[in-house]
Design a protein around this ligand. Structure first.
Ligand SMILES: Cc1ncc(COP(=O)(O)O)c(C=O)c1O
Length: 384
């Protein structure tokens, strides 16, 4: 058959996650590559989904999300960040952060609009922008602390720039943006009338008492920022795909215009469970943060006794480690999964401009302690 797909599709390669997960299965490897927990979220939340289903909450939800969840999201942000969003028209519940990103980018970008993206990036940003016929422009977060050069950022802004995308706390580096960095980005966004998408799916995963600051809380930013988060990350149920976006009503309207003709609504019982989960967040978060702080400390301590020196993550559940040999990340990741039975992610796929990604590997520490220990044990067996 000679069926032809669209030209837009031709620019979409197989994702590195698909490749590495396939290799992990074929080689019976410990998987420190895949970016999600290998353990369940809280049992009481599973019970809530079941109860919602039993109570008949199984039909289409309102397209922007059920009222209690929207209300609880706005109350959460009022209480922790002192920011006021209207649950009527400034919040939309989405099929994970992924749908919010796709719809926000498609509702903002016209052909040829430029979008500033920090690299290494969460790869869906690039493909969302390319699918919207936008042009990604890159600013590098440099090793070892993953800070960026303010001049490089300012020079990346042209008269075609429409949007800046930031991810804070950051996947894959674990960076948490400082107030000074956010202020610099905000000042240029307001000066140049740019929109900002702030992907904050790891907002509750910060370590060593480092605070996460939503860029929407800086002066002049509330009206120009789409803030995106994910209950999948916060409650450890990535497969439920419940996320949301908060932004001014015009931006939310744009996201909703796309959602009407893509997913229409998010699954109803999980929205009810997450709405309940948010009412318990003050009891839940300390345990959740403690669990991940312990996992981050464990992986750092193990890595410090290996050839793979870690860079220190202050947020998210990822860590970048330095490659000890002169090998590039792609070759080494394949060697490690094949010969040492441990899967990692070669991060050069998250870079478009700098070569720094070739000198590191990304590991995910949202894993049971036994998985972490046995994965690192295999890394320790690596011989240069
Ligand atoms: C930075 C970042 N944004 C968005 C997502 C996707 O979130 P969701 O599963 O809620 O769609 C992920 C998932 O790994 C992520 O790491």
């Amino acid at each position: 058959m000679n069926l032809k797909l669209s030209k837009r599709i031709e620019q979409i390669p197989e994702s590195v996650f698909t490749t590495m997960s396939r290799l992990a299965i074929e080689n019976h490897a410990v998987n420190l590559g895949q970016g999600f927990p290998d353990f369940n979220g809280p049992e009481w939340l599973i019970e809530e989904v079941y109860q919602a289903m039993k109570q008949g909450k199984n039909q289409y939800a309102p397209s922007i999300g059920i009222l209690t969840l929207r209300k609880n999201i706005t109350e959460l942000y009022k209480s922790i960040y002192d920011i006021n969003w209207s649950y009527d028209n400034e919040v939309i519940v989405t099929m994970g952060a992924t749908e919010a990103l796709f719809s926000a980018i498609h509702s903002i970008i016209d052909d040829g609009d430029e979008v500033i993206i920090f690299e290494p990036y969460y790869d869906s940003y690039i493909y969302d922008v390319l699918l919207a016929n936008g042009i990604p422009k890159f600013v590098t977060l440099h090793k070892p602390d993953f800070s960026f050069n303010f001049d490089e950022f300012e020079k990346a802004i042209t008269n075609k720039t429409k949007l800046i995308i930031i991810n804070n706390p950051h996947n894959p580096t674990g960076k948490v943006y400082s107030f000074e960095e956010l202020k610099f980005i905000s000042d240029l966004a307001t000066k140049n009338n740019l929109i900002v998408i702030s992907d904050e799916v790891y907002e509750f995963l910060t370590y060593d008492n480092v605070s996460h600051i939503p860029i929407s809380t800086l002066p002049g930013m509330k009206e120009r920022t789409v803030t995106i988060s994910s209950a999948g990350k916060t409650f450890g149920f990535t497969g439920w795909k419940v996320g949301w976006a908060c932004a001014n009503r015009d931006l939310i309207k744009g996201i909703h215009s796309i959602r009407q003709w893509t997913t229409f609504a998010v699954n109803t019982p999980c929205q009810h469970a997450i709405a309940y989960g948010l009412t318990k967040i003050n009891e839940y978060l300390p345990k959740f943060k403690k669990l991940y702080q312990a996992k981050r400390d464990l992986i750092i301590n193990e890595l410090l006794n290996s050839l793979f020196s870690p860079t220190i993550p202050y947020g998210s559940y990822f860590i970048m480690v330095n490659i000890p040999s002169g090998k590039n990340d792609m070759d080494l990741a394949i060697e490690l999964v094949r010969d040492y039975k441990v899967a990692t992610i070669p991060p050069s796929v998250f870079y478009s401009k700098s070569d720094e990604g070739k000198t590191m590997l990304r590991l995910c520490f949202a894993k049971q302690d036994e998985t972490l220990k046995s994965g690192i044990k295999r890394l320790k067996e690596y011989k240069i």
